[in-house]
Design a protein around this ligand. Structure first.
Ligand code: ZN
Length: 168
C-alpha cells in the first residue's frame, strides 16, 4: 500500500538543519514512531509530497527549502505587548518573562502559540512569534514503517485513533 491521501502512515524520521550533515533538531525512532493521516492538512505540503508513493519498508531523505518549510521570518510576527498581560496576581514573574525565554500564549483564535521574549521594557514586552524553524532549510531522513487505510471514523474526525493518535 502506498502513502497517499487518507492513508495513516507510521514512520521514523530525523530532522536536520540544511542537509544530512546538519544539526539534528528532532529524532523520532521506532520506540515512539510518528503516526499521521495524510492529505488532511496536518503536515507541511512539501513534506507530504516527498513521501507520497512510498511503501512500507522504504527509506527517504529529502531537503525542504525555507519557503517549503516554515517560511521566512516576518516582522509582523514580532509584537510589542503590554507588560501587564504577563501579570499573575499583579506581579510579573521575571524569571519566566526574561530575554530568550519561550512563553506559550494564545492567538486570536484561542490556539496555543509559542513566542520568544526578545526584550523586556518598563511597560512592555517584545515577543517573537515566528516559528523557531522559520528561515531555515530542513532535511528529513527516515523510513516508512506502516501504511494503512484510515477508518471511516478517523476520516470523519480528521485524525488518527489508537497507537500514536487520539484516544477517545
Ligand atoms: Zn477522533
Amino acid at each position: 500500500m502506498k502513502v497517499e491521501k487518507n492513508k495513516v502512515v507510521t514512520m521514523t524520521y530525523t530532522l536536520h538543519l540544511n542537509d544530512e550533515q546538519g544539526e539534528v533538531i528532532q529524532k523520532v525512532d521506532e520506540s515512539k514512531p510518528f503516526v499521521q493521516m495524510f492529505g488532511v492538512g496536518a503536515l507541511l505540503p512539501a513534506f507530504e509530497n516527498n513521501l507520497t508513493g512510498l511503501e512500507e519498508g522504504d527509506t527517504f531523505g529529502f531537503a525542504l527549502a525555507a519557503e517549503e518549510g516554515y517560511g521566512d521570518p516576518s516582522d509582523e510576527a514580532i509584537l510589542k505587548l503590554e507588560k501587564n498581560i504577563f501579570e499573575v496576581e499583579d506581579v510579573v514573574d521575571t524569571e519566566m518573562v526574561a530575554v530568550g525565554k519561550m512563553i506559550t500564549m494564545q492567538d486570536n483564535n484561542g490556539n496555543p502559540i509559542d513566542g520568544k521574549v526578545l526584550a523586556v521594557e518598563d511597560d512592555s514586552v517584545i515577543m517573537d512569534f515566528n516559528h523557531p524553524l522559520a528561515g531555515e532549510s530542513l532535511y528529513f531522513s527516515g523510513s516508512i514503517l506502516n501504511v494503512r487505510d484510515a477508518s471511516e471514523e478517523e476520516l470523519s474526525h480528521g485524525h488518527v485513533h489508537g497507537a500514536g493518535g487520539h484516544h477517545h
